[in-house]
Structures are given as structure tokens and as C-alpha cells.
Design a protein around this ligand. Sequence first.
Ligand SMILES: [Fe+2]
Ligand SMILES: [Fe+2]
Length: 182
Amino acid sequence: MASHDVVELLTQQHVRIRSLFEEVANTKGEERAQHFHDLVRLLAVHETAEEEVVHPFARKNIDGGELVVKDRIEEEEKAKRVLSQLDDMDPDSPQFLDRFTSLREDVLAHADNEERYEFAHLREVADKGKLENLGRAVKAAEAVAPTRPHPGADTAVKNVAVAPVATFVDRTRDAIRKVTGT
Ligand SMILES: [Fe+2]
Ligand SMILES: [Fe+2]
């Protein structure tokens, strides 16, 4: 049976995030736009699930949780702002690549910080059952998060306006709150 352990799930998502960053950096044109689009959705779902499910638990339960979580949330807020800016840019412009490269460094450092200062300590304060309950909530978040039509996808969705990143994140949060009952 697939694991529901929240630390495993989020660490696996970090691996997917890392490889999507690579795909965006190593492609061009339409292909890059598609990978970037996938990255926006995954980051929105991942960071929002952390904010709604994992950070509140860590804040209360790990040593120095208040400070650890405060720093992580600041990193996440910054990443979302940059993601919004990138979303409005031409993915083939040098400006996009510059900003994208610094976002990539920041987000990967953020993920390392989470693994080291937050996730490792979750294992110390939460038993297997609790880690699995948190993991189930993260899975539910991924399942209910809205999709964003691909840019330039087939004609059926061509006329659907793509929601700005901030709106998309809001909708993701609303969907997650519904399933987690918060
Ligand atoms: Fe995060
Ligand atoms: Fe994360």
C-alpha cells in the first residue's frame, strides 16, 4: 500500500518540484511554457498544503516551532510573488530566465530548510498515526486542487482565461480548507 506518511509525501513532492525546475530551465518555447505551467500548479498545491496542514502542526509541536514556521512562510510568500511575476512574462525572454533561476535557488533552499528544520523534527514529535493523518490531508489537498488550463492547449480550453497565480492559490486554499475542515 502506498505510504501516507506526510514527511515522505512532501519529500517526494520536493523531488518532483526539483525536476520540474530542471525541465523548465532545459527547454524552450511551448515546451518550457508547459513545464512552467505544471510547476505553478505543483508549487501552489504543495506550498498551500504545507501552510494549511503541516506548518500549523509544526508551529505548535516542534521545539522553536513558532520561529521555524515563520521563516518558512516568509520564504513561501516570496516564492509566490515571484511566481506571479514570472507568469506574466515571456518564458523565452532573458528576464524570465534570470528571475526563474533565482526563484529556483530560493525554492530549493526553502525545501532543504523544511526538510532539515521542520520535517526531521516532525518525526520526533508525531507518531506514525499522526504522520499518516497529516499525509492523508496532503493527499486530499492534491486531489481537490483545481487545474489550470494549459496555455495554448486544445481549442476547447483556449478561450478559458487562465486565472492569475494569486487567484489560483486562493482557490486551491479554499478547496483544501473544505477537505480538511479548517
Ligand atoms: Fe514550503
Ligand atoms: Fe515544501
